[in-house]
Design a binder for this molecule. Sequence first.
Ligand SMILES: NC(=O)c1ccc[n+]([C@@H]2O[C@H](COP(=O)([O-])OP(=O)(O)OC[C@H]3O[C@@H](n4cnc5c(N)ncnc54)[C@H](O)[C@@H]3O)[C@@H](O)[C@H]2O)c1
Ligand SMILES: [Zn+2]
Length: 360
Amino acid sequence: VVNSLYGPIIRSYLESHGLFRPELWVPFDVKKSAKGVNAVLELLELVERARLSRRAPMLLIGGGTLLDIGGLAASLYRRGVPFVRIPTTLVGMIDAGIGIKNGVNFGGHKNRLGTFSPPLAVFNDTDFLKTLTTRDLRQGLSEIAKMGIVSEARLFDLLESHGAMLLAEHFPEGEISELALDLSVSSMLDCLAPNLYEDATLQRVVDFGHTLSPWLEMKSNGRMPHGDAVAVDMALFTVVARRLQRTSEETQRRVVGLLLKLGLPVWNDACRDVTEMCAALEDVASHRGGALHAPIPVSVGRGEFLEWTNERGEVDVELRASIMAALAGASEELAELQRSHDRLISRFLRGPAEVTLELL
Ligand SMILES: NC(=O)c1ccc[n+]([C@@H]2O[C@H](COP(=O)([O-])OP(=O)(O)OC[C@H]3O[C@@H](n4cnc5c(N)ncnc54)[C@H](O)[C@@H]3O)[C@@H](O)[C@H]2O)c1
Ligand SMILES: [Zn+2]
C-alpha cells in the first residue's frame, strides 16, 4: 500500500539527490495477519539479494507492522545493521516508532519473538497521514489519549478541544497537530526512558489500556482493532478506579467523554461475561507473578497502579474481591452508557462529538 502511494515520490526525491540505487530499493508487502518469522526471513532474502553492506543503514518506511518486521530483520542481519524508522501511520509515529522494541508473533502470541535494538533515528512526517483511513487514524488517537490520561494533562486538554478535528481533518498542517504529536512522543519517551529494557520495573503507566485488551482482541478473533480494545480497557479501569475511590467522578466523566468524542468504544459485548472477564484478569496477574500492576488514572494526566497484593507480595483476598466487584459494576455502568450513546447517534445521525456533549 505504502509503496503504491508513496513509492514514486520517494524514489524521485532520492533520485534528485543522486541517492537512488535501484538494487537497494526493496518493496515489501506486509499483512498484519502474517507478522511472523516467515515475513522476517522473506525480507532478509531480499536484503541479502540486494547485497546491503554492513554499515549502510536500512531505511524502513511503513506502518507499525513493517517497522516491527524490518527492525527485527535489521537487528539479525550480519548480527545487526543500523536502521532508521520512517513511520507512515499514526500508531507508527507515536508508538511503534518510539522505543527500542521490535518483534513478530509466534506460537499464537503477539510479539513473542523480538529484540531490543534502538534505531539510528526516527523521522515523523505527518503528510503520510492524509491517506490513512479514519479507522486506522482512530487507533493511533486511542494510544495518544492513553498518554494524555495517565501522563500528560496538556495533551488530554488538547484532545478534548481538538481531538475530533484532528481525526476529521487527518492532522492538518499547523500548530495543533504538531503539538499533539510532540506531546505524545515526549510523554511516551519520558515513560520509556528510565525502563528501556523493561528490567527496572513491571509497573509501566504506558500499559494503561493494555490489561484486558489482549483478552478482548483474542475474544473477537482479531476482528476488534487494537486501539478499540485499548479504549474499552481504559474506560473499564477508569470506572473501576472511581468505584474504588481512587479517582473522582469528574475524571471519569472527562476520560469516558473523550473516548466517546473520538468515536472509540467504551464497552464491548465480551464484557457481558463478567466471570470470564475476571478470570482473564486473574490470568494477567498470574503472568506477572501474582501482582496486578494495572495502571489507573488518579486524575487527568496522572497514572498510578491498582494492586491486590500486600507488602509481603501475597494476594489479599478481600482486596481482590473488591476489585473484581468494581470491575463487574464498571462493565454494567459502561454497557448502559454505550447503549445510550449508540441510541443517540442513531436517532440524530450526527457525529460522535456533538452527541457526547448532550449525553454527559
Ligand atoms: N514495537 C513496538 O513498540 C510497537 C508498538 C505499537 C505497535 N506495534 C505494532 O505495530 C503494528 C500495528 O501498526 P499500525 O497500526 O501502524 O498498522 P499497519 O502497519 O498494519 O498498517 C495499517 C494499514 O495501513 C496501511 N498504511 C500504512 N501507511 C499508510 C498510509 N500512509 N496511507 C494509507 N495506508 C497506509 C498499511 O498498508 C496497512 O494496511 C502491530 O503489529 C503492533 O504489534 C509495535
Ligand atoms: Zn497498544
